[in-house]
Design a protein around this ligand. Structure first.
Ligand SMILES: NC(=O)c1ccc[n+]([C@@H]2O[C@H](COP(=O)([O-])OP(=O)(O)OC[C@H]3O[C@@H](n4cnc5c(N)ncnc54)[C@H](OP(=O)(O)O)[C@@H]3O)[C@@H](O)[C@H]2O)c1
Length: 204
């Protein structure tokens, strides 16, 4: 039986990849009311007006926001030895910290109006302890975790769940697709397991 599903707005950097994911979703869920895509670069701080306009065009109904975008180091490195460091510093802070903050800030008021909503923020196990040689990555992920937990406390009584997810390794491009093993699930396996934890009161 065909599944119905939400209207979706997929936001990422590469238009062709977004089109491919959209085609997969439409094939699997032909009754999905709408799948829109938007190619933007989250290392820039100038994108949020356009994103807010696109979201407001959804008639102010946002049920779920997933903040998944993130970038890591190419390889572990001392803070002062990172190549092209001026650009890397602003890129990683914009992509990992500004993005979750601005996206949540755009969407929460819409959820507040409906007294319902779920925000899922993909942090990392590296938020659990300071990680030398990945210092900014690890620091950005604990920011995400603290932001999520504090916002969950602020908004849970208004019907909004803000969940912080701290994956260990998942076989993706970020870790150069090492393949699936007992310790490293595929993205599909990880997501289907993680989604079972999104319950009122289950937010980390
Ligand atoms: N994989 C792991 O082992 C692991 C572990 C813990 C936490 N995480 C976290 O999980 C999240 C997802 O990571 P992943 O492993 O799926 O990484 P990934 O394979 O590198 O995918 C990252 C996604 O973010 C998009 N993206 C990257 N930079 C962007 C930018 N500047 N602007 C817009 N979109 C951008 C990418 O789009 P394009 O492909 O178009 O660039 C891609 O869709 C991240 O927040 C990561 O920190 C991953």
């Amino acid at each position: 039986m065909a599944r119905k599903g939400y209207c979706l707005l997929l936001i990422s950097r590469t238009a062709q990849k977004l089109d491919k994911v959209k085609a997969e979703i439409v094939a699997e869920c032909p009754n999905c009311p709408a799948v829109k895509t938007m190619a933007v670069d989250f290392t820039l701080d100038s994108i949020y007006k356009t994103i807010a306009e696109e979201i407001n065009a959804l008639n102010g109904h946002v049920h779920v926001l997933i903040n998944n975008v993130g970038m890591a180091y190419k390889y572990p490195e001392y803070f002062t030895k990172i190549p092209n460091s001026d650009k890397f510093i602003s890129d990683i802070l914009n992509c990992n910290i500004l993005s979750v903050t601005r996206m949540t800030h755009i969407v929460l008021p819409l959820m507040e109006k409906r007294r319902s909503g779920i925000v899922i923020n993909i942090s990392s196990y590296s938020a659990l302890f300071p990680t030398p040689l990945l210092a900014m990555y690890s620091a950005s992920k604990i920011y995400m975790d603290y932001l999520s937990r504090a916002l969950h406390a602020e908004y849970k009584d208004r019907g909004i769940i803000v969940q912080s997810v701290l994956p260990y390794y998942v076989s993706t491009n970020m870790i150069r697709n090492p393949g699936i093993s007992f310790m490293i699930p595929s993205p599909d396996q990880f997501v289907s397991s993680a989604l079972k934890t999104v319950l009122p009161g289950a937010a980390r």
